[in-house]
Design a protein around this ligand. Structure first.
Ligand SMILES: [Zn+2]
Length: 154
């Protein structure tokens, strides 16, 4: 189910954002470094290679410090090139991917929970004129209130 995958992905992003307020996680290799820090994704390209390789976790000692880093570095989408080193960096706040995934996921939930009267509650098939008591599309028994409203209409 796509809506469940989307929901799970959104939860993972929210969780990563919360965890990264105290534990900054980074991975680096051959001139490239990815940080998840204070609710943001930080991508960096180092001209002269990265000092240190692989996974690293830094503990941010206080919430005040975390909020300070977030405000100065991670609150908005930013990019730049360090002068004179030439290293490139890009900061993507995690709410950016969160919004990208939340919107289609919310739409899927909304679509699945909005079945107008006279339509199959399972698949949304139009049951106008249906007398069998079952949806011809998926076989789900038609709700009593739906069949009743149809009998009234006849
Ligand atoms: Zn159906």
């Amino acid at each position: 189910m796509l809506k469940w995958a989307g929901t799970l992905l959104c939860l993972v992003i929210v969780l990563a954002g919360l965890v990264s307020m105290r534990w900054a996680c980074s991975w680096s290799a051959s001139g490239f470094r990815v940080d998840v820090v204070t609710g943001a994704l930080l991508l960096r390209i180092f001209v002269d290679g990265v000092p240190g390789r692989g996974w690293e976790i830094d503990y941010i000692s206080s919430w005040a410090e975390a909020v300070d880093i977030w405000w100065n570095m991670a609150s908005t989408l930013r990019w730049g090139i360090e002068v004179p080193a030439g290293n490139k960096w890009l900061t993507i706040p995690l709410y950016v991917p969160l919004f990208i995934f939340v919107l289609p996921t919310a739409f899927l939930w909304w679509r699945d929970h909005r079945r107008p009267k006279g339509h199959c509650q399972n698949c949304g098939y139009d049951l106008t004129g249906n007398v069998s008591g079952r949806c011809p599309e998926c076989g789900t028994p038609v709700d009593d209130d739906v069949s009743e409203s149809m009998r009234e209409g006849q």
